[in-house]
Design a protein around this ligand. Structure first.
Ligand code: NAP
Length: 619
């Protein structure tokens, strides 16, 4: 409803529906209707109906584009706060679809340098790789895509565990230029998302350029030609070298399963599986199942496994914070689908509403206040308040079992590790008769099950590892050799860094998507981030082709200053200061994963590359 009133003001040019008494609370926890009371909703519905009916009766005449002042008024209403004028260009880009696609390249290779041989290899056909392929196609830059799997989809191809679904609303967590009015769920299941990416691949016309079941084993930059030699190996073992001018690495951060270093892990005699490599042939019905881990993945599959298993033992090392999202598993209401389909501009405003609710609007609750002395439990007053809301939720769910409640309440600041969405499924699972939660540390895995530090052996027929991914090991599976024979992993020494998450000095024309420091914590959309990243990459290629340069590298001092800025930013956030295990920090204690600033700042820095940040190489 708040997005609808804003849409109607935009469509009609009449801002009067944006009444002071209807200013919403865009806080994530305020709910879908922005914290409106029943009375406010009763006031807003007939108002919206009246304006919408008049718009229809008037022939759906959309008012001329609003002035910047009017856009600010709409923005301030929807966000419930006077927002910075800097958000207006971002908002306009967000609202552009379906009339235009402002993140698409506004140039073509033919215009810039038609005769030049210039081909790109894209590694991976997850969400980022498909996106990059589409943008290259739009710009007329030839490309080939190499994919190790048998199909596209990346995360959604690999994670087939029961209950896998997106945990940012898919109306926002999808391509801005390929929106869908008919998402069946607010938070779609893995199969729906996989279908979306398959469909996009076909609609974008990029499937024919994909070499499936093929892996890149190495990439070497040949300085004499300013070209990359990319060694690939297909499923039948055949090896080949591709010579290309640029590489896009779109291999993701969260796809190499991490098994815990628990003694005896190899000794277990029953079947064991990892959440990201689910073996659907392993029978769980009626079995004694042990689950290690309780992060975002386990929190999705455990409630379903609990319904099948005879007995389920959950081993929790660190409790997760759970945020209540009542519509987490709900279908999209027909009314919302109708608005998305038929009311012009509604999809854009609804998307922006989600954007604000789950991204920049949430950041203050994750920021560490330097004046806040004790960072053990909370990192600021806003963080403490957030923790209280989450504690109240769990208390409401499990308050009748004080021992269990005590076990699941975290003692670290929210947002220092991943917060998990919940609609009651997790606490309800813990309350089941066939489920036990163990918080004693695991001493070893035995042939028959799991032994905890108190000496008890918990027998199991199957062990499931919900133990996450090797997130810090960026690109360690392939050898990437840049200028002067420098090896990327040797240069990084285990501490991956990049300029804007995309480029690394010494590695010209090598661009990473979802690279170091591009993960968002409190929430957000990796898809939205990828769109910004690809916009930047396309800007670099434009500079390259327009200037007739051979290659583009990043200046070391620029790269270092950028990383310092990001490191300082991360150290001012909950995940940077709190001492709690998570994949948000690497073995050096540095966050090589996260982006600590607003999405606005990310978008601004990605709009156009500054040539002064780069070194251009001529053959
Ligand atoms: P994770 O967040 O890294 O969680 C791993 C779990 O395994 C934690 O509970 C961890 O305990 C436990 N663990 C690891 N090693 C252990 C050991 N040696 N002994 C005992 N317990 C151990 O992994 P994840 O749940 O797969 O999620 C990873 C990320 O993937 C998420 O943060 C999210 O970004 C993404 N994801 C997204 C979605 C979605 O959007 N729907 C769903 C799933 C995952 P500690 O907490 O003590 O380390």
């Amino acid at each position: 409803m708040p997005a609808l009133l804003t849409t109607l003001a935009h469509l009609t040019g009449d801002l009067s529906p944006l009444r002071d008494e209807l200013v919403p609370d865009p806080g994530f926890l305020a709910g879908e209707q922005g914290g409106w009371s029943e009375e406010q909703q009763q006031q807003a519905r007939p108002l919206a109906f009246e304006v919408l009916a008049a718009f229809r009766d008037g022939g759906c005449q959309v008012a001329p584009s609003p002035s910047e002042t009017d856009l600010r008024t709409m923005l301030d209403f929807l966000t419930g706060t006077p927002t910075s004028a800097e958000y207006v260009p971002l908002l306009m880009a967000e609202l552009a679809f379906p009339d235009s696609d402002p993140r698409a390249p506004q140039w073509s290779k033919n215009e810039l340098d038609a005769d030049r041989a210039f081909e790109v290899v894209i590694i991976g056909t997850g969400m980022s790789g498909i996106l990059a392929a589409f943008r290259f196609k739009q710009a007329g830059v030839p490309f080939v895509i190499v994919e190790k799997n048998a199909d596209v989809g990346g995360t959604w191809f690999e994670n087939t565990y029961p209950g896998a679904r997106v945990d940012s609303s898919n109306h926002f967590c999808s391509y801005s230029f390929a929106q869908k009015a008919d998402w069946p769920y607010h938070f779609s299941t893995g199969d729906v998302l996989l279908e979306y990416f398959r469909d996009c691949t076909d609609r974008f016309g990029v499937r024919d350029q994909i070499r499936f079941k093929t892996e890149v084993t190495s990439a070497v930059f040949d300085e004499s030609q300013d070209a990359w030699s990319v060694a690939i190996r297909s499923a039948d073992g055949a090896e080949k070298t591709l010579t290309v001018q640029a590489i896009i690495s779109a291999v993701g951060q969260l796809n190499r399963p991490k098994f815990p270093d628990i003694p005896g892990i190899e000794s277990f005699t029953g079947p064991s599986l990892h959440s990201a490599r689910w073996d659907h042939d392993v029978e769980l019905a009626g079995k004694r199942v042990a689950v290690i881990g309780n992060g975002a993945s386990a929190s999705q599959f455990v409630p379903i496994v609990a319904e099948q298993a005879g007995q389920l033992e959950i081993f929790q090392r660190t409790p997760s914070w759970y945020v209540p999202v009542p519509n987490y598993h709900d279908e999209v209401e027909p009314g919302l689908q109708w608005l998305l389909r038929y009311v012009p501009r509604y999809a854009g405003w609804y998307r922006f509403w989600l954007f604000w609710q789950i991204t920049d609007g949430l950041l203050p609750a994750a920021a560490a206040d330097p004046a806040w002395a004790d960072t053990g439990r909370f990192v600021s007053a806003a963080n403490q308040e957030f923790a209280q809301l989450l504690t109240d939720y769990m208390t409401a769910e499990l308050g009748d079992d004080p021992d269990l409640l005590q076990q699941v309440l975290p003692t670290y600041p929210p947002a220092s590790k991943r917060i998990v969405l919940d609609n009651g499924a997790w606490p309800n699972t813990l309350k089941r008769d066939n489920v036990n939660l163990h918080t004693d540390s695991i001493a070893k895995i035995t042939p028959n099950g799991v032994r905890t530090a108190d000496g008890r052996e918990h027998e199991a027929d199957v062990i499931i590892f919900g133990t996450g991914f090797q997130a810090s090991k960026f690109l360690t599976l392939m050898r990437i050799e840049g200028r002067n024979g420098v090896d990327l992993n040797e240069q990084w020494e285990g501490d991956a860094r990049a300029f804007k998450g995309i480029m690394v000095p010494n590695f010209p024309n090598f661009f990473m998507l979802y690279g170091p420091n591009t993960n968002i914590v409190v929430n957000g959309s990796t898809t939205w981030f990828a769109e910004c990243e690809v916009m930047y990459v396309m800007g670099c290629l434009r500079l390259l082709l327009e200037g007739k340069h051979s290659a583009i590298d990043t200046k070391l001092d620029v790269h270092d200053a950028y990383n310092k800025h990001v490191d300082v930013g991360n150290l001012a956030m909950a995940w940077g200061v709190a001492e709690v295990p998570s994949w948000y920090r690497n073995e050096f204690g540095r966050s090589a994963q996260n982006w600590p600033f607003t999405m606005l700042e990310y978008w601004q820095q990605m709009r156009e590359p500054d040539p002064a940040d780069h070194e251009f190489i001529e053959v």
